[in-house]
Design a protein around this ligand. Structure first.
Ligand SMILES: [Zn+2]
Length: 216
């Protein structure tokens, strides 16, 4: 069997094959027939010759650590990445790696229930409710980066809202609660302009821009 043929067989079986220095890295080896892996092992030298030589993981990790220091990101952001996270990263420019690291840092903060730096704009996600997004994000979005955190039960930092601008407010007829509004969602009463946090808040007018919007 020629080397290109065995590479094609590995890829058809669901593997990702790449060269890391003088090693052949096969991702997804757990779903590949043992007989095919043994043949690949026997032809290791030929596979190495057929694959392009790329910077080693060590070199890539050094670039990532340098970028973290330069961007003021925590060192552990790069240090805790496993080799499988780095597949394909050696093809990215420093600018591409820089953007990727910032996305990783945003996700890390969001998993901890923290708002990424600069996300100070109050927007409304049709799935999450009121959320904080980056400056310039649309006021109303169909889905947002917080959607995943909400689905897995994570904490969502919320912007302050008022009942006066909420579609669920209900005016009350009795005078004992003058100045207060009822809530169609059954939430606690507030004065119309009292700022508070509410996951059920929805804008009265929702015809604003509904697109997800491009992130900077
Ligand atoms: Zn959302």
């Amino acid at each position: 069997m020629s080397t290109p043929a065995i590479l094609n067989e590995l890829i058809r079986a669901g593997a990702t094959v790449r060269r890391d220095g003088d090693k052949v890295k096969i991702k997804g080896a757990d779903v590949i027939p043992v007989e095919l892996l043994e043949r690949a092992r026997a032809e290791r030298a030929a596979i190495l010759a057929a694959l392009p030589d790329t910077p080693t993981t060590t070199e890539l990790r050094r670039r990532l650590a340098d970028l973290c220091r330069r961007e003021g990101l925590p060192d552990r952001l790069a240090a805790t990445l496993i080799d499988a996270d780095l597949v394909g990263c050696e093809l990215l420019s420093d600018e591409g790696l820089r953007r990727w690291l910032h996305v990783l840092d945003e996700n890390r903060r969001m998993r901890q229930g923290l708002t990424p730096p600069g996300w100070t704009q109050a927007s409304y996600c049709r799935r999450c409710g009121p959320v904080l997004l980056w400056q310039g994000a649309p006021p109303v979005v169909l889905g947002c980066p917080w959607c995943h955190m909400r689905r897995i039960g994570g904490h969502l930092p919320r912007p302050a809202v008022t009942c006066a601008t909420c579609a669920h407010q209900q005016r009350r007829a009795d005078t004992s609660t003058a100045g207060m509004h009822g809530c169609a969602k059954g939430n606690a009463l507030h004065h119309a302009h009292q700022q508070h946090v509410c996951a059920d808040w929805a804008p009265v007018l929702s015809t604003a821009n509904n697109s997800a919007g491009a992130r900077p």
